[in-house]
Write a protein that binds this ligand. Structure first.
Ligand SMILES: Cc1cc2nc3c(=O)[nH]c(=O)nc-3n(C[C@H](O)[C@H](O)[C@H](O)COP(=O)(O)OP(=O)(O)OC[C@H]3O[C@@H](n4cnc5c(N)ncnc54)[C@H](O)[C@@H]3O)c2cc1C
Length: 474
């Protein structure tokens, strides 16, 4: 049994450990940490803690273990499943990693960077760039999200196709355990077969097994040549065929293949400043296709032109435009990156982040759209995402002029209908955003009982008091 209220010396103990100004207890100071950007979840906290070192994180967890205080880790607070928000009891503390924001080391020869959990993703990318290297993890929240959060959620993003998930970009981890012990697993080795690979337990565990404080990240050669095309296609099957052709002709040089439904582009053109349709006629779907290479004379433009020519001749691509400058490249990317934010001015939006086997994407989009329209007639499905990874963000906007609250009240029915389609097609109900609070009730339905049992055993072993991010994931 956990105590129902915090012990009276809890805050003074945290203040003694971190310094009073890093223990936030005033509502105005706490506010930015208690709700997430879409304002779907709100919580209360006994305090927001901002440790400045690994030792301070360890002390916080020791105090939490002694006082049975639940701890909610938080990075950039951009997660989309409510994992970083405390519950409403006011008993939990939010542990913000934002002050652990140093890049401790960058090894150009070894192609590694040792970054603390609070480093903002865009800063990590910049540090790599300054060293003439690439840190490829890239997502629309990169100006705010932090490395610890990226790893705790095993983020995907737009470069997953070529470089993998966040998990694939890590060589070593430093983790503070629930009892305050520090595991120093900061190895920078590409080969190390010395037993269980524990880092993978913590990556994707959404703060439920330990607090990630630093990571050795892999760096890659910087692309010297990049060619970007914006292509109008008649339907998702054509987008898939285009991806197939691109992969056949350019192999691993295909670094991005993103799908955008016309309604998504409409929203972007309506609500995004300085945006314009790169093509003269509207098309039902678009593909943002990018090839890149570390060679400056890879001849990618000719390769892309061949791909587009073939796609045009076979009816797969209706129209296409190639970026002629870095500025135009950035414009194309902006059309994709604005998609998450331009949905809110259109009213309520019910989001799904699913993956299905690649060949089932067209089927999924068709069937999920029908299912969504059965739940709320007149709703506006907006499928987009990382089609090359089989990942569709199947978001559904409210019918025009409808009441947002009434529409959002159908979230569970809508999600059940969409998830049923994904599961029937052999897919997953969370491709890259994680489980958090949002999808936790679904774990019993979607996980094999043996798998779920093993997950619970691991949780019990690493966090026997259940203090790390309770109510999330498991
Ligand atoms: C506009 C937008 C676009 C996005 N695009 C993508 C995308 O393309 N691909 C994708 O995968 N995701 C995407 N996301 C969601 C994605 O999960 C986050 O943006 C990011 O990875 C989370 O990082 P964060 O630092 O904000 O973590 P937070 O939101 O603070 O936390 C996320 C989870 O990780 C835990 N956590 C945070 N830090 C630590 C730590 N140091 N140790 C242990 N646990 C920790 C939290 O408790 C929580 O459960 C997007 C989000 C937004 C708002």
């Amino acid at each position: 049994m956990k105590p129902s209220s915090a012990p009276s010396d809890l805050i003074p103990r945290f203040q003694a450990a971190l310094g009073a100004r890093h223990v936030l207890s005033e509502p105005a100071d706490q506010a930015p940490y208690l709700a997430e950007p879409r304002d779907l979840w709100h919580g209360k906290a006994a305090a927001v803690l901002r440790p400045g070192s690994v030792d301070e994180v360890a002390t916080v967890l020791q105090i939490a273990a002694e006082t049975q205080t639940p701890v909610v880790p938080q990075g950039g607070n951009t997660g989309l499943v409510g994992g970083q928000t405390p519950d409403g009891t006011g008993r939990e503390v939010v542990l913000s990693l934002e002050r652990l924001n140093r890049i401790r080391d960058l090894d150009r020869q070894g192609n590694t960077m040792l970054a603390e959990a609070g480093v903002i993703l865009a800063d990590a990318q910049r540090a790599a760039d300054d060293a003439d290297r690439l840190f490829p993890l890239s997502l629309a929240a990169e100006g705010s999200c932090r490395i610890g959060g990226n790893l705790a959620t095993n983020a995907g993003g737009t470069a997953m196709l070529a470089y993998g998930n966040a998990r694939d970009m890590v060589l070593g981890l430093e983790v503070v355990l629930a009892d305050g012990r520090v595991w120093n697993g900061l190895r920078a080795l590409r080969k190390d077969n010395t037993g269980y690979d524990l880092k993978h337990l913590f990556i994707g565990s959404e703060g439920t097994l330990g607090i990630i404080t630093a990571a050795v990240l892999k760096l890659f050669p910087k692309p010297r040549e990049r060619v970007t095309a914006f292509i109008g296609v008649p339907h998702p099957a054509a987008a898939l065929a285009l991806f197939d052709t691109a992969r056949a002709q350019a192999g691993s040089q295909v670094t991005t293949c993103e799908l955008i439904a016309r309604i998504g582009l409409d929203f972007v053109l309506r609500h995004g400043a300085d945006t314009r349709d790169p093509l003269t006629e509207p098309h039902p779907y678009y593909v943002l296709l990018e090839l890149s290479s570390p060679l400056s004379d890879a001849g990618l433009r000719a390769v892309m032109e061949r791909i587009l020519m073939g796609a045009h001749d076979s009816g797969v691509a209706a129209d296409a435009v190639l970026a002629e400058s870095l500025a135009q490249q950035a414009q194309f990317w902006r059309l994709r990156e604005l998609l998450p934010e331009v949905q809110s001015p259109e009213g309520g939006s019910i989001k799904h982040d699913v993956s299905v086997p690649l060949a089932r994407i067209p089927d999924f989009i068709a069937r999920a759209s029908e299912a969504a329209l059965r739940v709320v007639p007149g709703c506006r499905p907006l499928p987009f995402g990382h089609i090359g990874d089989g990942n569709v963000h199947f978001n559904v906007s409210q019918p025009e002029g409808a009441d947002a609250a009434q529409f959002l009240a159908r979230w569970e029915d809508m999600a059940a209908a969409v998830h049923e389609v994904a599961l029937k097609l052999g897919g997953s109900i969370s491709a890259e955003h994680g489980i958090g609070r949002l999808k936790r009730p679904l774990m019993e339905q979607i996980k094999d009982p043996v798998e779920l049992g093993l997950m619970r055993d691991l949780k019990q072993m690493l966090d026997p008091q259940g203090l790390l991010n309770p109510g999330k994931l498991i």
